[in-house]
Every structure is written in C-alpha cells, then in structure tokens.
Write a protein that binds this ligand. Structure first.
Ligand code: UDP
Length: 245
C-alpha cells in the first residue's frame, strides 16, 4: 500500500482521502514515472463482500490505492469521525483519465463487457477524444485460465488498462495477471463500458448531486435490489465499529 497520500481506514481497507484533482495529479505523476499501479474503486457492496471472502480481502489489500466509489463509504467515514472529502466515482475518474491520456499521449487498453459493447465503447471514446490512443481492446467473456488475453495486453504495453469484468472478477484478474506487465495503471471499472455506450444510463447530474445515483441505478436495473442489501449491512457494521471506539 502506498503511504504517500493520506488514507482513512474503513473496515480495514485504507481509502484515499483526497479530491478528484489530487487523485488525477498523483496518478499522472505515477504514469510519467512508469510506475505500475493497481487501483480499486470500492463501494459498501465490495467491502461487505471482502468481509465475507478473505481471499478477496487479501486482493484488495494488495492494491496500491483504494478510492471511495460510493456515497456509503463517505458517510461511513463521517460516522467514524475521519471524513473523506468526496466520493470519487470510477466513471468520473475514467473520463478524467481520457482527457489526461489525450493531452499527455498515454496509451489505453480496454478489457471487459460484451464484444459489441467494448467495440462500441472504444469507438465512442475515440470520437469524443480524437487524439486518444487506444492500443487494443478485448471483451470480458473469456476463461480466467486463458493467457492469450494478458499476452495481447503485454505486447501492447498500455499505460492505462481499464478492466470491466465486474467485481470480484476484475480485481482477481488484475491480482493474478498484473504481475506479467512491466508498467501501467490498472483499474477495475465495473460496468463503465456499458455506461460509455449508453447501454446503461448514468444518473442525471441532479441525482448525482443529491447522492442518490444508487437509487437511479436501482430503478434502471431493478434486478440489482439484492446487491443493495449490502448497504444497510455495511451501515450496521460501521455503527458497531463506532461504538467500539
Ligand atoms: N462482465 C464481463 N465478464 C464477465 C462478467 C461481467 O465482462 O464474466 C462485464 C459486464 O458485461 C459488465 C460488467 O462486467 O460490463 C459488470 O457490470 P456491473 O454493472 O455488474 O458492475 P459494477 O459497476 O456494478 O461493478
């Protein structure tokens, strides 16, 4: 775990306590220095999963940085008395990285989502950022044992590798195969490629400002309700922790 930036421990996971500009500047510096970086965007659901799955918890602890991609984490930090300044949404970070990559010439590789979605996402991003260099992409429906995927990525040596396989698969894949790469910023980005193609719509700004993006997603994809049960469980764990202090 990188100790250069301030972190706040939540359920044993050190979350970066910074704003989006601070995060992007720090990542830019590491990209310039060609430092390999494993970044996790975690929400209460991921934390609860890690609590019940020690192997996944170990994987999260191998990350160089964990950012709070969920208002629940920010609220949790406030309850515990060490507030994180803001939610750092993976989706927003990805767009900041596209801007940065276009400006600085960093190359990208997209991994994950359905074949039509990932091709569509690469096309959309290239339309929006005409000078961006996407050196390759691959869909996310392959066998975990399949090494041809990492071989392709290694041969293209991207500066930024976005892995959208959903959790826990994306972090497990990075943990397992990231060591084959010599450099690169590797991030698990969940359903971001579906968001880029418009297959899954992002909440309008007002919903995001009110911190109810999760509710918008629930309305769009009602099948996610079961996943959301992690939130009250997470809050209960936080309150228990608070009482212990
Ligand atoms: N996915 C994939 N391979 C798999 C399972 C899922 O590439 O074996 C993709 C899926 O197509 C979607 C993303 O992973 O693009 C998961 O999206 P979800 O919204 O569940 O992730 P979240 O953002 O909630 O972590």
């Amino acid at each position: 775990m990188n100790q250069m930036m301030r972190t706040v421990g939540i359920l044993g996971i050190p979350f970066l306590s910074t704003d989006m500009n601070g995060l992007v500047n720090m990542l830019d510096k590491r990209l310039e220095e060609k430092k390999k970086t494993f970044l996790v965007t975690a929400n209460p659901e991921i934390l609860m999963y890690a609590k019940n799955h020690p192997d996944y918890d170990k994987t999260l602890k191998k990350a160089d940085f964990v950012i709070p991609d969920g208002i629940g984490v920010v609220i949790g930090s406030r309850i515990l008395g060490d507030p994180i300044p803001e939610r750092l949404a993976g989706f927003d970070l990805v767009f900041r990285l596209f801007e940065l990559a276009e400006k600085k010439g960093y190359t990208l590789y997209f991994l994950g989502a359905r074949p039509d979605v990932i091709a569509g996402a690469a096309e959309r991003v290239t339309t929006q950022f005409p000078r961006i260099k996407i050196v390759g992409f691959h869909h996310g429906y392959f066998d975990m044992e399949d090494t041809s995927v990492i071989e392709d990525i290694k041969s293209k040596a991207p500066d930024i590798l976005l892995v959208g396989l959903g959790f826990p698969k994306q972090e497990e894949w990075i943990d397992r195969y990231g060591e084959h790469l010599d450099k690169g910023l590797m991030i698990g980005v969940g359903g971001t490629f579906d968001g880029i193609t418009g297959r899954v719509k992002r909440a309008p700004e007002i919903w995001r400002k009110l911190n109810i993006e999760w509710l918008y997603r629930l309305i769009q994809q009602p099948s996610r309700w079961r996943r959301m049960l992690a939130l009250p469980q997470f809050m209960a764990v936080i309150l228990r922790e608070k009482m212990k202090r």
